[in-house]
Design a protein around this ligand. Structure first.
Ligand code: GLY
Length: 388
């Protein structure tokens, strides 16, 4: 492995979408940045995701998560344009909206709550019935108990997006080193001076950003509690060229995400199995059956792929973003759980501001890394993103 001899301004541990987006933003603001990845950049949660940009569905009330999610969604169009320009890669961003359906009557209550929250935040959540549903879905949907069109929900092809951000970062001067496992954050006199790699090399840097997703909590030398845990998600891709929906469709059981190449992504399990790698036949059957229940035309769609990833979960389901407590020059950008793709531009701007100054969002207290050291009273979460 050949690494530069002089210190970088910033070393980012983790080359997934969040780490790479932070690196690009820091480089854009004039810093010399290096990304280290334990394996292949983007091979963690980034490749496993579905790319739904759905802050409303992923939040159970109007807390800081929803505010950040909506702010990030608003950043997306400009971010995508800038990425296209710098990378010449198309991230396949789509603003089709999402059909959210309740298959069974008990799910109607959730749908009503969603419509109420949408109204509170000035978002549209139009009730949809029979003919309109078939037209908006572009394919036959099993008659649901209720349906909404969430027009402001978007999607992006997360793998294309990662390619665009990585290429943009490379062209902006970011050095990327794969197969470089960080085994320690090196701290001297209360200041992070770099990281140590498996193999023993010390890589000096003015600032260290930990963005290693589900693996962040396992990096030794972090002198405060960092309760990030892996939450496995399994996904399928179907060849749905004959019955591809026109937009994302989500029920209480499953979400279906149509891609530009005729694949339909079907997701996802939420499994607390640690880093137990691999897919299970049981989950494959469960996902496929749920997809067919929602769109009966999928009964003959062949399964093209079945994969899994590890979401970085946190105890309060909020991301961990900001300055590390008690260690100067150490920053966190992790714990995004189900929303790393959505929150990437917001996180990049927030970290860009901390690392280099300039514009960027204020990070809400609920996201700050020191919250796990606060008393339960201080650190009590105000809402729980519930997934969707
Ligand atoms: N963002 C959807 C999921 O994590 O399954």
């Amino acid at each position: 492995m050949r690494l530069g001899k002089t210190a970088d301004d910033v070393v980012v541990a983790g080359g997934g979408l969040v780490g790479m987006a932070v690196a690009l933003e820091a480089a854009r603001r004039g810093l010399r940045v290096r990304v280290l990845d334990r394996s292949t950049p983007g091979a963690g949660a980034t490749q496993a995701a579905a790319g739904m940009l759905s802050p409303l569905s992923e939040s159970s009330d109007g807390g800081p998560f929803l505010s950040a999610g909506l702010a990030s969604l608003r950043l997306y169009p400009g971010w995508i344009d800038a990425l296209r320009a710098v990378s010449e890669v198309d991230p396949r961003y789509r603003r089709d909206g999402k059909l959210r359906v309740a298959c069974a009557p008990p799910a109607l209550r959730g749908l009503a709550g969603l419509a109420r929250r949408a109204r509170e935040f000035g978002l549209s959540a139009a009730p949809i019935d029979g003919e309109d549903l078939a037209r908006l879905a572009g394919t036959r949907v099993a008659p649901p108990s209720g349906a909404l069109l969430l027009a402001e929900d978007h999607q992006v092809d997360n793998r294309c997006l990662h390619r665009a951000v990585s290429e943009g970062a490379r062209r902006t001067g970011v050095a990327v080193t794969p197969d470089a496992e960080v085994v320690a954050v090196v701290v001297e006199r209360g200041r992070a001076i770099g990281v140590r790699l498996a193999g023993g090399d010390l890589l000096r840097a003015g600032a260290v950003v930990l963005a290693a997703g589900a693996w962040t909590g396992g990096i030794p030398g972090i002198p405060f509690p960092l309760p990030v845990r892996p939450v496995r998600g399994q996904m399928l891709a179907l060849d749905a060229r004959d019955s591809l929906p026109a937009r994302v469709i989500e029920s209480e059981d499953v979400y279906l995400v149509p891609r530009w190449d005729g694949r339909l992504l079907v997701g996802a399990t939420v499994e607390e199995v640690g880093f137990d790698s691999g897919c299970t036949a049981e989950a494959g059957t469960l996902l496929r059956d749920a997809a067919i229940r929602l769109l009966p035309g999928l009964a003959t769609a062949p399964v093209l792929d079945h994969w899994h990833g590890f979401r970085p979960g946190t105890p309060d389901a909020h991301p961990i973003i900001g300055t590390a407590p008690g260690v100067e020059g150490l920053y966190m950008a992790t714990g995004h759980f189900r929303n790393g793709i959505l929150l990437a531009p917001w996180t990049a701007e927030a970290l860009g501001r901390l690392l280099a100054g300039g514009d960027g969002p204020e990070i809400p207290e609920a996201f700050l890394p020191d919250r796990f050291q606060r008393s339960p009273e201080d650190g009590r979460r105000s809402h729980a993103p519930n997934g969707g």
